[in-house]
Write a protein of this length. Structure first.
Length: 436
């Protein structure tokens, strides 16, 4: 076969890849910059290109674009240690064959190259690449890259998706990203917290209700599914809905029609359903608390998000993203120190990414010396543990902290309670205590 092209700015990594592939019988050209890559691609087409994403002033996405223009059948394999969901989405939209997280296993790379060899058939047409917004859905660990790839592949379809994972792992973020990259992106994305709706009200909430259908129904009410017509409905905590509503939801998924409470006729509604849960759904099904046929309907494409403690290598990426975000939002210049990042990586984070995010927002606002180091992270974690029942000696410090967060949020108590890591009613109780 023709030569492969490897584009990698790190000399040692480039040499390792080339040596390994040549040992496996491949002929390889290797370059260390996008400029050299563009020159090679102008001269000849390559059947397979392996490129880092972050190289110099241009990226592996530019290499992807050039390679596919030279040969629409070219299989481009991208690799990076700083992956985000947007990067994978852009790579997929541009026609990348696969995406590998660094550090990678050489045998895994060889398997990918062999798959690329075997797939020298027609490829999807090139789609114009666009700049994509930032998101908290960040991670370069291999498990996150696989999640990005699954999400990018399912996004353009209408397949029903179930996202499983602990609280705070980012289930809604994944759902929003799937919607954003779907053909429904210009239509509504509506979130329903199933756990917060009383069983007696969930049917009217989702399907709507006619005037007089029940006490208090003084006018016709449009349900969530109808309001989201041609868009996406995200059913969060689907494991908490009761069996009575489960049968109605199953019927909707089968027939794509809704019948508002009190109505005599059904009406068609075109929505995509993405569900999420932090429950053990297999256990609920085995116990008869969740319909097995409904679970099969919902989980056409399952995505399982790992807890943060299982991808601690992503903590530095997440921490830097959040500190940059909140420095900009609150006009701060807080520095994130390596010792602080190391301490964060040592934690279990029972609240996962959401807990890390709220702690860093609080530290960015409150850091007195404009730095987040090991000591400040330890103090923040201890403060979180003691906050519900502060001792008298901590009361003044806590009151000062609450005042500063409220000032930073412009008095927004809901946002302040999130930053402080407490429930809103707890914040109100503390504010009342501060007045005394």
């Amino acid at each position: 076969m023709q030569k492969l092209l490897v584009v990698e700015d790190d000399n040692s990594v480039r040499t390792t890849i080339v040596t390994f592939l040549e040992f496996e019988g491949y002929s390889v050209d290797a370059v260390g910059s996008t400029r050299e890559a563009m020159e090679r691609l102008k001269e000849s087409a390559y059947p397979i290109v392996i490129s880092d994403i972050y190289i110099d002033d241009r990226t592996g996405l530019d290499v992807l674009d050039a390679a596919r223009k030279q040969d629409p059948k070219c299989s481009v394999i991208l690799m990076t240690a700083r992956g985000t969901m947007e990067t994978v989405m852009a790579a997929t939209r541009g026609g990348a064959f696969d995406y590998i997280a660094k550090p990678f296993d050489l045998d895994r790379m060889l398997e990918t190259v062999k798959r690329a060899e075997a797939s020298r058939g027609p490829q999807d047409e090139e789609i114009e690449r666009e700049e994509l917004p930032e998101t908290e859905m960040i991670g370069s660990s291999s498990v996150m890259v696989e999640i990005y790839k699954t999400a990018s592949r399912v996004a353009p379809t209408d397949a029903t998706v179930v996202i499983e994972g602990e609280t705070g792992t980012g289930k809604e973020l994944v759902a929003r990203m799937i919607h954003r990259h779907s053909l429904r992106a210009s239509h509504p994305f509506i979130t329903v917290d199933c756990a917060s709706i009383a069983p007696s009200l969930i049917e009217s909430e989702l399907f709507g209700a006619m005037r007089g259908a029940f006490t208090g129904a003084e006018r016709d009410r449009v349900g969530v599914f109808e309001a989201a017509h041609r868009g996406t409905v995200f059913l969060d905590e689907i494991g908490d809905v009761d069996l009575n509503f489960q049968s109605r939801l199953l019927r909707f998924l089968q027939e794509r029609e809704i019948r508002p409470v009190g109505a005599s006729r059904s009406k068609p509604v075109d929505v995509r359903v993405i569900a999420a849960t932090n429950r053990d759904m297999k256990k609920l099904v085995d116990e008869g608390k969740f319909r097995e046929d409904l679970w099969f309907r919902l989980s056409v494409v399952p995505i399982t998000l790992p807890p943060l403690r299982e991808r601690r290598g992503d903590v530095p990426l997440l921490a830097r993203f959040f500190v940059n975000k909140y420095n900009e939002r609150y006009n701060r210049a807080v520095k994130l120190m390596d010792s602080g990042v190391k301490t964060m990586q040592e934690q279990l984070w029972p609240g996962n990414v959401r807990q890390l995010q709220h702690m860093l927002e609080r530290l960015t606002i409150l850091a007195p010396d404009e730095r987040i180091d090991s000591e400040s992270v330890h103090d923040a974690l201890q403060s979180m543990e003691a906050r519900e029942q502060p001792t008298e000696s901590l009361a003044d410090a806590e009151a000062e902290q609450i005042k500063r967060v409220l000032a930073a949020t412009g008095g927004n108590k809901s946002r302040a309670s999130q930053i402080l890591g407490i429930e809103r009613k707890t914040l109100y109780r503390k504010l009342e205590r501060m007045k005394q």
